[in-house]
Design a protein. Structure first.
Length: 519
């Protein structure tokens, strides 16, 4: 391959159908009007934005930080960033000013794109951090980005990039300290997209229901790359609505969701075998899929959900088989409560706390390696080094086992992490905010089971001697500081936290105590 062909955009563009006037994306405007985009529209509009970015003469490797509502234009901005050879940095729309200030301060993006409504506070943060260009993009095609891009031509030769060059930075929180930016390369993203194209049996005539947010691995990479690299159409939903997703199944073949989406669709009486008849594949990931959900889906629709496992640092790692996997004797089925096999090219091993390889079937720490594994954390060489074993395997922080057939099961996490509706919430971050509140001596945040989100946070707060702390006030204050999905759903004020003889808070006891709260 020459260097130009390793730009991920070039590979995606090469998979567009020959007839560029076919529909590539069916979307709906915020006002409810149908919006159709042809493959030519995707090509020309991403070229205009890429030309705009190129005209800014940004230094090589510049980050383009984006916090906008989901829209097809937001996807085009992603494609344009790849095409122009810059580094895409997506930010969850739920993040508030303190969170955005940290990301922008840490990543030092050359360009920031935000919603027209947030321009005031976001641009202030960006200009203070040295960002030179702040554009706006609304979900109704409003804003300065498209206005400026309209003056540019609709052809753009993708910037040559090596497989090792950065394509995106995804921030993931840490168990201690601040968020870390996982650096993903063109090679990481392309290799994973090609493996999944094959493994999930994608066909050009597939139609994907895209109902996930596009600021994380699942919606941004797995879903968008999956459709584009197969020249497959997307039915684009700006927000997940279970009834609309079910109705779309009659015109679609592939659906990807976090478990909460499946739980919400199962609650709809319109979900039937008949409505799902045209579908080829339902994929779940980002959080554990309960075996009850897996079975209920099978009964209601006749389809077996394919569960897979991944992370921001590695994109996809394992998957249940679409078709029988010849590497395993060709007799595999999609098994509930497992995340399937290590994907082709991915090495996966289970080690004890001492780093020794464990025998088949034993529970331990999951480590991985492969062309999909990220390049490291942005400007954090020590953290990067800590997260790799001496012989170069990435420590996922997930705890699991591999059976004799090769099926991987995740049974827990060594990282103190709550996964709520597919979003990661790090208790240490929330505890830090609570501990800074007046009158608070200390706090602990734990995850408890929740019927809709799978797991949600619950806070336990200890006031300083003589101080009065109100649980609802703690929650109200957190809501003014942090993304909404991180807010604990309940807050208890009590006199002490359970500790072991070493003085460490026994979070397992707190989890046990509160596990029935939302049952
Ligand atoms: C929303 N809320 C949540 C929440 N989402 N609470 C806990 N966990 C969540 N995930 C709360 C809000 O705080 C708000 O509370 C109320 O629900 C309504 O907010 P909303 O925004 O209207 O919610 P809704 O649209 O219903 O969103 C739920 C959801 C969304 C499940 C559709 O969370 C979602 O899209 N999740 C998908 C996340 C995802 O794509 N993960 C992939 C990560 S990649 P209040 O109190 O303010 O009213 C990854 C790697 C891999 O993990 O392997 O894929
Ligand atoms: P993120 O850092 O947001 O990419 O989240 C990655 C984490 O999500 C992984 O380390 C796992 O803990 C979790 N995860 C992803 N897919 C699954 C799955 N199918 N089952 C259980 N956990 C999962």
């Amino acid at each position: 391959m020459n260097s130009a062909s390793q730009n991920l955009f070039t590979a995606l563009r090469a998979a567009f159908p020959a007839d560029l006037d076919q529909i590539a994306v069916e979307a709906t405007s915020p006002a409810g009007e149908p919006l159709l985009y042809t493959w030519r529209d995707l090509d020309c509009a991403s070229a205009r934005i890429a030309n705009l970015l190129a005209s800014l003469q940004l230094p090589e490797g510049s980050r383009i930080a984006v916090q906008v509502e989901k829209s097809v234009e937001a996807m085009l901005l992603y494609l344009a960033t790849l095409r122009a050879g810059y580094v895409f940095l997506p930010l969850n729309t739920a993040y508030q000013s303190a969170e955005i200030e940290y990301f922008i301060g840490n990543a030092e993006p050359a360009v920031v794109v935000c919603t027209p409504g947030n321009f005031g506070w976001v641009s202030k943060i960006a200009f203070t951090a040295g960002t030179q260009h702040v554009f706006t993009l609304g979900d109704d095609r409003s804003g300065s980005l498209l206005q400026r891009a309209a003056h540019f031509g609709d052809a753009h030769e993708a910037a040559p990039r090596r497989a090792d060059d950065l394509a995106a930075i995804l921030y993931t929180s840490g168990t201690t300290g601040r968020s870390k930016g996982a650096m993903l390369t063109h090679g990481n993203l392309l290799s994973n997209a090609l493996v999944l194209k094959d493994y999930w049996g994608w066909q050009p005539n597939d139609v994907l229901i895209h109902a996930l947010p596009i600021f994380h691995v699942h919606g941004l990479f797995v879903a968008i790359h999956g459709a584009l690299i197969n020249g497959s159409k997307m039915i684009w939903m700006a927000k997940f609505d279970p009834q609309a997703a079910i109705a779309a199944m009659q015109r679609a073949t592939v659906f990807m969701g976090v478990p909460t989406l499946y739980v919400r669709m199962l609650a709809e009486p319109t979900l039937t075998r008949e409505v799902a008849r045209n579908m080829r594949l339902f994929i779940s990931g980002s959080a554990p899929l309960l075996i009850e959900t897996f079975k209920e889906w099978q009964q209601r629709t006749g389809h077996t959900i394919l569960e897979r496992y991944g992370m921001s640092e590695t994109i996809m790692l394992t998957s249940n088989p679409y078709a029988a996997d010849a590497r395993h004797g060709g007799q595999d089925e999609r098994r509930g409560a497992t995340v399937g096999f290590a994907l082709p090219g991915v090495g996966l091993r289970v080690v004890g706390d001492d780093g020794q390889l464990l025998p088949t079937g034993e529970i331990g720490n999951i480590q991985v390696r492969g062309p999909n594994v990220f390049k490291g954390y942005w400007r954090m060489p020590e953290k990067t080094a800590e997260e790799f074993s001496q012989d170069g395997w990435f420590k996922t922080g997930d705890v699991g086992k591999v059976d004799e057939r090769g099926y991987v099961s995740i049974v827990g996490r060594s990282k103190d992490l709550i996964i709520s509706g597919g979003y990661n919430v790090y208790p240490a971050e929330i505890e830090g905010y609570i501990n800074d509140m007046p009158g608070v001596a200390e706090s602990a945040v734990v995850g408890v089971p929740h019927p809709d989100f799978g797991e949600v946070g619950v806070a336990v707060v200890i006031p300083k001697p003589g101080a009065r702390v109100d649980g609802d006030a703690v929650i109200a204050q957190l809501k003014s500081q942090l993304a909404n999905f991180k807010i604990p759903k309940r807050c208890f004020v009590t006199t002490e936290l359970p500790r072991n003889t070493m003085g460490k808070v026994q979070k397992n006891l707190l989890r046990d105590q509160h596990k029935g709260l939302f049952a």
